[in-house]
Design a protein around this ligand. Sequence first.
Ligand SMILES: Nc1ncnc2c1ncn2[C@@H]1O[C@H](COP(=O)(O)OP(=O)(O)OP(=O)(O)O)[C@@H](O)[C@H]1O
Length: 357
Amino acid sequence: MNWDDTTDAEAAAERLVGAVADGEDQAVEAALRPKDLGEFIGQEKVREQLDLVLRAARARGATADHVLLSGAPGLGKTTLSMIIAAEMEAPIRITSGPAIQHAGDLAAILSSLQEGEVLFLDEIHRMSRPAEEMLYMAMEDFRVDVIVGKGPGATAIPLELPPFTLVGATTRAGLLPPPLRDRFGFTAHMEFYGPAELERVIHRSAGLLDVGIDPTGAAEIAGRSRGTPRIANRLLRRVRDYAQVKADGRITQEIAAAALAVYEVDARGLDRLDRGVLEALLKLFGGGPVGLSTLAVAVGEERETVEEVAEPFLVREGLLARTPRGRVATPAAWAHLGLTPPRSQGSGNGQQDLFGA
Ligand SMILES: Nc1ncnc2c1ncn2[C@@H]1O[C@H](COP(=O)(O)OP(=O)(O)OP(=O)(O)O)[C@@H](O)[C@H]1O
């Protein structure tokens, strides 16, 4: 998904199943964040590796190596950066790539860091080029050159920095220039969460929010959370509202299913936009192949919205395939919408033809 494009990110943030944080998320997330590695659910490999990195640094009495976290929005990168600071008993400073427009902005932040401080740089791939170049030297030598003056009279004044730990976060590690990527001592890729992990996230959050929930209720919400803790927490809050207004406040499987039906989030986590795209593909175009522009017109959305907001999840779920001949529905898409594919698509040969990339 192209999260560089603010409009798409905003469009996605407006959805109940959007992974980008909205205003309400920002207000309540602090209370739901795990505080140490032991509380952080899932991501076993990342946790194990990070635990070793941090323990070793602590044992040496040194500042931890720079850490790069990559992965989709809402999987816990900010949370993990705060945990790194907590585990190192260090303060944390939080900023983001787009907030650093000039190298001077970065120099001001770096020069005010305390020894051992964690600098969390979200969306690090969106930093300006001069700032990025300044960061290379800061990461490697804990030094920056501050340029004073302009033109031929400009001079570089070297500035020593205290050792610090940079935690960079990006949704797209591939976009980082290799010199920057290489300066991180530890890189972790965060994966989408499985249903059992999401159930644990939901139980934990329900406990913190003081909401009663049955295991079946948690499973129902987990199944619709698109592998993302942020979405799980958001759906939990909407289901809690429903349970309070329509029942006795306790979340059961029936309550969760009924609440999320009101919000048009289906059993697999598809919302109205996702289902609209699939329905058009199946009902109007017999399952495809159909071009992206035609599909977008059929659902009354911008091409970019279909491509960047709806499609990535449909592809990930194995409901839609992008082929050189156009968008094609998979057999799972027909099954999910309870429709029968035309005969030619049901047969092995026809299917091969459709996906014949
Ligand atoms: N492993 C986890 N265990 C429990 N809760 C989690 C976990 N990961 C994330 N969360 C919860 O999900 C919410 C979103 O997490 P966080 O803000 O860290 O995501 P992010 O990857 O930094 O997102 P973004 O890329 O949009 O900044 C937080 O409220 C946090 O409590």
